[in-house]
Design a binder for this molecule. Structure first.
Ligand code: ADP
Length: 502
């Protein structure tokens, strides 16, 4: 369903957004806005391909300044020594302020990332707020344990563990869910008592900068939260190798995750890495096809497929494969890409020209290797912007790059299977292990597959459900450690054991 080029018109930005975009490139360090000294980076609206603002590309000296601010703030205890209830309340106040400016955040996210504003308004922004509220509560609940030693007479020793904040955290987030990733990371560090430097992705820094406006007003002591923008290979790389940084929290590609893990090793920094995925969606023959088709299309087309847990490998039982695909083709008509500020838009453009080229490159490579597009496989005719049509590839083989590698776009590869053992093997035939969904009413098959698939999260009859209370992370090359839940906050603590001879 092609729209004529002229119909891809991005509606006008609000006055508030225009004012924000006209700001000078600044960095937020020590609760102050610092005018950036180094080069700048252009900000682009992926719905139009137009440059709309500039942000700072932090220099080494500016990165060092941000780290020094966080180091001093941590070492003098102005944040970590506060009563936990005060830290909890301060995180809630920041959440209150995001809530107050929710509409502005949703618009900036849409302009910067390309995701529909209507989607950001019901998903990214409320999700950010609720993540923060859940995590804030851990500030008052983290604790150690009293543990009786096994080799000491009873009463001879008082021994216990303490949870202490690790120190200064460098937090590097990607461009697919900018505010959501930023708030998830900072709230975990803050609840644990760490201070931090946040670096958003260079493609999508606007909502992190807007967040910085609110930090001092929420009541964080200077230096607790520092927010700097800049390129990954310069500002990001300096942060993760900085000797005064104790912990790195990173979400992004597996490729960069490996670089970061290596850089962190020199000073033995603690790391939490949330990396790529190639998540299978497995549909058993008993499943209602309309429900399964709706679920499988949302699993891949949500956020234009730019989701680490996107359901990008579809496995449908041979007996239902053809009818399922027909249902999916029907369901995909509601995922046609639209400009991000258009009311009612469900899927926007990809984030950048680079990402669009990458996705089209994969589709092309798949087709050259023998795959064919059941739907999509192309880009709509526009006069700017990075739109790719929802794409389902069939006639694929396990060794094709479209099946093995993370595409990070609205592209799913569809394959048939005959039995559970076969599909479990196929689902596990990947270097990733982030998410997997199983669609069936057969409880036994559901549990069998849930146990066999090597993945940090398994969904039954849904895909992509996440919750602030439940741990999230990857098996294999999808990452190290867990975010969310108690584990996500404990990842910003050291566990200390104390023995006191009585
Ligand atoms: P993508 O490949 O999807 O753009 P990346 O993994 O490259 O995602 O980027 C995720 C985040 O990692 C961004 O904030 C980016 O600036 C940052 N980054 C990229 N390269 C490095 C690096 N060498 N060191 C630290 N951070 C980096």
């Amino acid at each position: 369903m092609d729209h004529p080029a002229t119909s891809f018109q991005q509606p006008a930005y609000s006055e508030t957004a225009q004012k924000f975009l006209a700001r000078k490139p600044m960095l937020f360090i020590n609760n102050e806005w610092i005018e950036a000294q180094g080069p700048t980076l252009p900000v682009e609206d992926p719905s139009t391909g137009r440059f709309i603002a500039e942000i700072a590309d932090a220099t080494d000296a500016e990165v060092d300044r941000a780290v020094a601010a966080a180091r001093t703030a941590f070492d003098d205890g102005r944040w970590s020594d506060l009563p936990p209830i005060q830290r909890e309340r301060t995180i809630h106040r920041l959440a209150d302020l995001i809530e107050k400016y929710a509409d502005e955040f949703a618009e900036l996210e849409a302009i910067d990332n390309g995701k529909p504003k209507d989607v950001a308004a019901v998903s990214d922004i409320p999700g950010s707020i609720s993540n923060m509220r859940y995590t804030a509560g851990w500030a008052t609940k983290l604790s150690g344990e009293t543990i009786e030693p096994m080799a000491q007479p009873r009463g001879a020793m008082h021994s216990f563990t303490r949870r202490e904040p690790i120190g200064v955290a460098a937090q590097i987030v990607p461009w697919n869910f900018p505010l959501l990733m930023a708030t998830q990371k900072i709230s975990a560090a803050l609840a644990a008592g760490c201070t931090l430097i946040l670096k958003p992705a260079e493609q999508t820094s606007l909502t992190a900068l807007r967040l910085a406006d609110l930090v001092a007003e929420a009541g964080f002591p200077a230096g607790t939260i520092n927010i700097i923008t800049g390129n990954g290979h310069t500002a990001g790389a300096r942060l993760v190798s900085h000797p005064d940084v104790d912990k790195v929290g990173f979400t992004g590609s597996t490729e960069v995750g490996k670089i970061i893990n290596r850089a962190a090793t020199d000073t033995m920094k603690r790391v939490t890495l949330e990396l790529g995925g190639k998540s299978p969606v497995i549909i058993l023959p008993d499943m209602d096809l309309a429900t399964a088709a709706k679920g499988a299309t949302s699993a891949i087309f949500y956020n234009s497929g730019q989701v680490c847990i996107a359901g990008s490998r579809l496995y449908a039982h041979r007996s239902i494969f053809d009818s399922l695909l027909e249902n999916m083709e029907q369901a995909a008509t509601s995922w046609q890409p639209r400009p991000s500020l258009e009311p009612g838009a469900r899927m926007g453009p990809l984030v950048s020209r680079e990402q669009m080229d990458r996705v089209m490159g994969y589709i092309d490579a798949g087709q050259k290797a023998g795959a064919s597009a059941a739907i999509g496989g192309d880009a709509p005719a526009t006069n700017g912007g990075y739109y790719v049509n929802p794409t389902i590839l069939v006639n694929v083989k396990p060794e094709m790059s479209v099946v093995k590698e993370e595409i990070f776009g609205p592209v799913v590869v569809a394959q048939r299977f005959d039995d559970l053992d076969e599909v479990a093997r196929a689902a596990n035939d990947t270097s990733y292990g982030l998410g997997a969904s199983i669609w069936t009413k057969d409880v036994s098959a559901m549990h069998k597959l849930a146990g066999e698939i090597k993945s940090g999260t398994i969904w039954g009859n849904c895909h992509s459900s996440l919750d602030a209370a439940l741990p999230f992370g990857g098996y294999k090359q999808s990452g190290i450690g867990r975010e969310k839940g108690r584990e996500g906050v404990e990842a910003y603590t050291e566990l200390k054991t104390v023995f006191i001879k009585l």
